[in-house]
Design a protein around this ligand. Structure first.
Ligand code: FEO
Ligand code: CA
Ligand code: CA
Ligand code: CA
Length: 627
């Protein structure tokens, strides 16, 4: 968001005051005294896990150079920097039409509601590639809009007309479009039958335990089974049956109240729903965003939505069994017995890490419709000696019905006393080994304030730093090498920090050096060879505690050794988020989100002068594999 707009979390804190601060100085001292233990842990953990790997080829590769590229230095340039031998091109940017009857992006007007509905959405985030009938379909989330850029045609930098607000609603959601590679590189295939825009007004089915529940019923939908739209779509997931999962994150920021005296239920304030929205003003044109008139509407967002990119006429399905929270991404993997496991983070300070386990097993070619509707949610508890456990959220453990657990998931996880985390972002599962990683991006409230539900946020375990400015990556290995196991071992793969001008835990773990330092890990994904790609969404001042880190970036980590190397640096003000590979692994698609947010940018330098989010295609000059 721009300077005038506070960050999502800051906005929520200002408008939804938390319980009293706690004094955790004593806990802080204990954490610092464990420094040696933690440092040793990172090394020991990697070594211990090495023995259980099945990726023998990866070990052999590690003996050479597991990275295959020279590290890129941190910088604050308004461009994309890649290692020697790599190149990039723009694929698509905000406002580019997906159909030939849509106008080209107009830097003066920044488009209209109509043009936006025919064009690539704004602030792209998670994405995935699908192949179908020999075609390549890219699906990308369009998370939110920077108001001063979306409304750069208005002196106020804010919506001034009904059409302005409708434009924002069309800029959110998901973009589905075919791409192909020719002599000029990768291009969008305009007018492909697979091209589709899903916006905040598209019809969706509500499915799973909460479907039809009274809490989901509204004046427009007395059945509680049909909702309109998806917004603030952050990370993604893919199912083994070839569908896309889009994750609704900061859904709360779009609701407001026209009645300043209405009482907002604690079940809504837990999610940051308040009297004011984040400046979007959607309730002015669409009454369902007015919580004083339609309080149940807010219960119909905050889900994982399944989309079939192969069928442009299919109705997206909100999967309430996967819980309602500020969903980051949805990493899908099979348990040993073939159950569907979905790992999910709830990205807010002091919220939880979740796992879903389907009741039935996945059998290729069978009917999959129940696999994301019938199952059990779990929340993670990290306990002593680097052991953790998954706590089932059931009527027995929570005193809530299955439907209530699906809707008020945060309350259910609080009841079982799951571990409050430093903002869980993406989860990624290693394809070569039974282990998972989650980026805990940062948490300035760690050890200082409880979460919104009043749960303590003590320093310790996978959240070892008070006022955590840098973030860390936690890793867990399920017992019995089975993602279906209810217990796991864990360690920290990396603790970001500044080894140049900070001390103790704030210097970071041993694998953070002056050459690779970064802050606020966010996007995570493994490539086929088992390398972990890490994207950042952090402070880019390059000053003080962040000196030497430069702009947001993408790095690659070696899960065997813990070594981390910087691969890419993004343009000014941009977050690097979203990545996927072409089917032949020779192109890496990377999301450049909100260039110009908090610092001036003209990326992608297309002559318009307007900074525009977009997707770039990264290739090697020699045509080799990128992943
Ligand atoms: Fe949309 Fe938590 O990032
Ligand atoms: Ca993110
Ligand atoms: Ca983030
Ligand atoms: Ca962002």
């Amino acid at each position: 968001m721009n300077e005038e707009q506070p960050s999502f979390d800051d906005f929520d804190e200002i408008h939804s005051v938390r319980p009293e601060d706690c004094d955790f100085d004593e806990v802080l001292e204990q954490a610092l005294s464990r420094r040696g233990f933690l440092k040793g842990t990172i090394t020991l953990g990697a070594g211990a896990f090495l023995t259980s790997t099945s990726g023998l080829s990866s070990i052999a590769q590690a003996a050479e150079d597991p990275f295959g590229f020279d590290p890129v230095e941190a910088n604050s340039l308004d461009s994309v920097t890649l290692p020697p031998g790599y190149q990039w091109q723009s694929l698509v940017h905000w406002g580019d039409p997906l159909w030939s009857d849509g106008p080209e992006f107009d830097p003066m007007t920044r488009g209209t509601a109509d043009s936006q509905a025919r064009a690539f959405g704004d602030n792209n985030d998670g994405m995935a590639i699908f192949t179908h009938e020999g075609r390549t379909i890219l699906v990308a989330n369009n998370e939110y809009s920077n108001l001063n850029q979306l409304y750069g045609n208005r002196a106020s930098g804010r919506a001034e007309t009904t059409d302005d607000i409708a434009k924002a609603k069309a800029a959110h959601g998901v973009s589905v479009f075919e791409i192909q590679q020719n002599d000029n590189g990768w291009q969008v295939v305009k007018d492909s039958p697979f091209n589709r825009r899903i916006t905040s007004d598209s019809e969706m089915d509500l499915t799973g335990p909460a479907a039809g529940h009274d809490l989901l019923k509204t004046a427009d939908d007395p059945t509680g089974t049909k909702s309109l739209g998806t917004w603030n779509n952050c990370g993604q997931g893919e199912t083994p049956w070839g569908t896309y999962l889009t994750c609704e994150e900061n859904f709360n920021g779009y609701y407001s109240s026209s009645d300043p005296d209405v009482e907002i239920a604690p079940e809504l304030t837990r999610y940051g729903i308040s009297f004011v929205d984040w400046g979007y003003g959607w309730a002015k044109v669409d009454e369902r965003f007015d919580i004083s008139k339609h309080p149940n509407e807010a219960n119909r967002s905050g889900y994982v939505v399944e989309i079939d990119p192969k069928d442009p006429n299919s109705t997206p399905k909100k999967r309430t069994a996967l819980g309602r929270f500020k969903h980051e991404n949805a990493e899908v993997v099979l348990s040993k017995s073939g159950r569907i496991i979905v790992y999910m983070g709830d990205d807010e300070r002091g919220e939880f890490l979740y796992r879903y386990v389907s009741d039935k097993t996945y059998i290729q070619g069978d009917d999959h419709s129940d696999l994301l509707n019938k199952g059990t949610l779990y929340a993670a508890r990290f306990i002593k000696h680097q052991i953790g456990e998954w706590l089932a959220l059931t009527p027995e453990t929570t005193g809530m019905t299955r439907a209530e657990i699906s809707i008020h998931t945060r309350l259910a996880a609080s009841k079982v006393k799951a571990t409050t985390m430093d903002r869980p972002e993406w989860v990624a599962v290693n394809p070569n080994k039974t282990e998972a990683y989650c980026a805990l991006t940062n948490n300035k409230n760690r050890g200082r304030k409880p979460n919104r539900g009043g749960d303590d946020t003590p320093v310790g375990g996978p959240n070892p730093r008070r006022k955590n400015l840098y973030g860390q990556i936690v890793r867990w290995v399920p017992h019995n090498n089975d993602h279906g196991s209810d217990r796991f071992d864990w360690d920290l793969f990396a603790m970001a920090g500044n080894p140049t001008n900070q001390e103790g835990l704030y210097a970071g773990s041993d694998n953070i050096t002056s050459d690779n330092m970064f802050n606020s890990p966010d996007g995570l994904a493994f490539d086929r060879s088992g390398r972990l790609w890490i994207q950042t969404d952090g402070k880019t001042s390059n000053e003080g505690r962040f000196e030497g880190m430069g702009n947001n970036q993408m790095l690659v980590g070696d899960p065997q050794t813990g070594e981390i190397r910087r691969f890419m640096v993004g343009p000014n003000g941009a977050e690097i988020t979203g990545l996927c590979w072409s089917p032949d692994q020779r192109t890496l698609f990377v999301g450049i989100q909100h260039p110009g947010e908090k610092s001036a940018s003209t990326f992608p330098q297309d002559g318009t002068g307007v900074p525009r989010s977009g997707i770039i295609a990264v290739t090697r000059e020699d045509g080799g594999l990128v992943g």
